[in-house]
Design a protein around this ligand. Structure first.
Ligand SMILES: *[C@@H]1O[C@H](CO)[C@@H](O)[C@H](O)[C@H]1NC(C)=O
Ligand SMILES: *[C@@H]1O[C@H](CO)[C@@H](O)[C@H](O)[C@H]1NC(C)=O
Ligand SMILES: *[C@@H]1O[C@H](CO)[C@@H](O)[C@H](O)[C@H]1NC(C)=O
Ligand SMILES: *[C@@H]1O[C@H](CO)[C@@H](O)[C@H](O)[C@H]1NC(C)=O
Ligand SMILES: *[C@@H]1O[C@H](CO)[C@@H](O)[C@H](O)[C@H]1NC(C)=O
Ligand SMILES: *[C@@H]1O[C@H](CO)[C@@H](O)[C@H](O)[C@H]1NC(C)=O
Ligand SMILES: *[C@@H]1O[C@H](CO)[C@@H](O)[C@H](O)[C@H]1NC(C)=O
Ligand SMILES: *[C@@H]1O[C@H](CO)[C@@H](O)[C@H](O)[C@H]1NC(C)=O
Ligand SMILES: *[C@@H]1O[C@H](CO)[C@@H](O)[C@H](O)[C@H]1NC(C)=O
Ligand SMILES: *[C@@H]1O[C@H](CO)[C@@H](O)[C@H](O)[C@H]1NC(C)=O
Length: 484
């Protein structure tokens, strides 16, 4: 490209001659010069960090000369006394630089794993067997090494569109294909223009760390956080502590929500009434009046949302224990009194005990109790949280015992009368029967016996043997014995 200054000076000093020949020689020299040059294609290279760069180069030299040295250098202005530094001997390059050319015309090199420090101009140098003719190919190849930077807004509101750009400091070739990553995962979709990524109608899931790279290159840009802001979602109330809530307990309600930026403003409602603010709502010494539906509202600058209502089920021991009296059975069984125990408790009392005043042990259990005697009775209702007793009620049981007594006495009396009567009748009857039997067996038809029975028996025995008692008959003998 350009003849080395030193070379020209040397040649001129050698060929010092009259002005005419000087002009001739200059023309000759020009002809020589045109055959001594270096070509770089392209002159400017934009390379991605850590990639390999081929610097294509060709040179020509005057015919008849022999090439002694070919090498690359990054130094343009040398010290007078020394040769240009050989780039291949520079420790920064020695491992990465490879001379692919020859000593004839090809001076191509490859530089691997380029870094941004490699961004500068490089020159090809050759020397010939003519010590005074040396060539430096200036201007050299300009190498620019670029990294990639994701350009994106920091935050985008859900539903908006956003465009991310993969920026390089120099223009990479048109053939470069960009690849996008979210949280290190390659994205296969929605690639916009070559180095841009268009996210339309951004969703929460689009938030993440974005980076970009170029296909077939190892280098990937630093990641850039894209925040997606959105109003509160998934607002929930949780009750701190597990298990049941008993009157007097302290209860903490916590409102949680998912929002970006995180909600800082919370409101609490008991039923429809506003009762407080803050993420945590505490109720100390809870009472059954607090058995209500609670909900919270979470808000940020993008909106607000209510939680579902949560019902606090406050347990408490029985209270307002009362006994009611039901009179019953006036007509059939005499007076009895049924007592019913009622109470207010949570959970409902299922266990009741009955007491009569001034008696230590209980007289009954169950929600109802039948009093058989007069007195002052009270009940005690229990659930697992405690018990309470009612006021005593006065019960008067009229008549029943009296009636029972009289009827028992009369009943016993009547039964005795009846039994005696029956006994008398039976004895009478028995006499008669014995007589009848005697007639039957004996056939001793006494004249005094004109009993129709006798006649019937006779008729029944008609046609049988004569009715003549035998003196040895046991029946006959027995009867007199019994009558004795
Ligand atoms: C430049 O350095 C390389 C590596 O040490 C060596 O192989 C090469 O011969 C050198 N070239 C010249 C012209 O000194
Ligand atoms: C120079 O050599 C390289 C590597 O051998 C080759 O790829 C390239 O085509 C050559 N250039 C020319 C102009 O011959
Ligand atoms: C540079 O490239 C090599 C392979 O060519 C790769 O192993 C290495 O991880 C890359 N370094 C960086 C920082 O990307
Ligand atoms: C983006 O989100 C990250 C974490 O999610 C947070 O640390 C950062 O402050 C947010 N930036 C902005 C601008 O909101
Ligand atoms: C709501 O939040 C809970 C816990 O924080 C989570 O398990 C659930 O998946 C979330 N629901 C939605 C729809 O985001
Ligand atoms: C929730 O209860 C646990 C113990 O049960 C306690 O350590 C914690 O501080 C409570 N959290 C709140 C927010 O009250
Ligand atoms: C909370 O939101 C209410 C309206 O919803 C507003 O009046 C109040 O100022 C907010 N408080 C804070 C601390 O932002
Ligand atoms: C709890 O509340 C009840 C009724 O509201 C009250 O009688 C009791 O003294 C309170 N206990 C405490 C510790 O405040
Ligand atoms: C009813 O309560 C009494 C007194 O607390 C208890 O002794 C009894 O076991 C309870 N009965 C039932 C069935 O729970
Ligand atoms: C029960 O005892 C109380 C004192 O403990 C007494 O005042 C009351 O008269 C007694 N009642 C009956 C019916 O004995």
């Amino acid at each position: 490209m350009r003849v080395d200054e030193t070379g020209v000076a040397m040649m001129m000093s050698v060929r010092m001659a009259p002005p005419l020949s000087l002009i001739f020689l200059l023309v000759i020299h020009r002809a020589y010069s045109e055959t001594e040059h270096v070509d770089y294609i392209p002159l400017h290279i934009c390379a991605l960090k850590n990639s390999s760069v081929i610097m294509s180069c060709s040179f020509t030299y005057p015919t008849g000369r022999e090439i002694i040295k070919v090498f690359w250098t990054k130094t343009k202005d040398k010290n007078a006394d020394y040769e240009y530094p050989n780039l291949s001997e520079d420790p920064e390059y020695s491992q990465r630089l490879q001379y692919l050319g020859d000593k004839q015309k090809n001076c191509t090199i490859r530089l691997s794993h380029v870094t941004q420090k490699d961004s500068q101009m490089y020159y090809f140098r050759f020397t010939t067997d003519q010590p005074n003719v040396k060539w430096l190919g200036v201007p050299g190849v300009t190498l620019t090494v670029t990294d990639l930077q994701v350009e994106s807004p920091e935050t985008v509101t859900e539903g908006d569109s956003v465009r991310l750009t993969c920026k390089s400091s120099c223009a990479l070739t048109d053939r470069a294909t960009f690849i996008w990553y979210r949280n290190s995962q390659p994205l296969t979709e929605r690639r916009d223009r070559n180095n841009q990524l268009l996210l339309q109608s951004v969703r929460r899931e689009d938030a993440g760390r974005y980076s970009c790279g170029v296909q077939e290159h190892t280098y990937i840009s630093p990641a850039v956080q894209l925040n997606v802001t959105y109003p509160p979602k998934n607002v929930t109330v949780s009750i701190n502590g597990s298990g049941e809530i008993v009157e007097g307990d302290s209860v903490t309600l916590i409102c949680s929500s998912d929002s970006n930026p995180p909600a800082l403003n919370f409101s609490w409602f008991k039923g429809e009434m506003f009762v407080g603010s803050g993420r945590i709502y505490s109720i100390s010494n809870i009472s059954s009046d607090d058995s209500k539906k609670y909900k919270c509202k979470s808000s940020n600058e993008h909106g607000e949302k209510y939680s579902d209502a949560v019902t606090l089920n406050v347990m408490y021991p029985p209270r307002s224990v009362t006994v009611s009296i039901i009179q019953s059975g006036q007509f059939l069984e005499g007076d009895s009194v049924t007592l019913i125990c009622s109470s207010d408790s949570n959970p409902p009392a299922l266990n009741f005990s009955w007491f009569q005043e001034n008696q230590s042990s209980s007289v009954g259990s169950g929600q109802s109790f039948i009093a058989l005697q007069s007195g002052r009775f009270y009940c005690e209702a229990h659930n697992q949280h405690g018990s309470q007793r009612s006021d005593a009620v006065t019960v008067t049981v009229k008549g029943r015992l009296m009636t029972l007594h009289i009827s028992m006495v009369c009943g016993a009396c009547g039964a005795a009368v009846f039994i005696i009567t029956m006994l008398i009748l039976w004895l009478k009857n028995r006499n008669c029967a014995q007589n009848a039997q005697m007639y039957h067996d004996g056939q001793a038809c006494d004249a005094e016996m004109t009993n129709p029975l006798y006649e019937n028996v006779t008729a029944a025995q008609h046609g049988s043997n004569t009715c003549k008692p035998e003196p040895n008959s046991s029946v006959y003998e027995n009867i007199p014995t019994r009558r004795r």
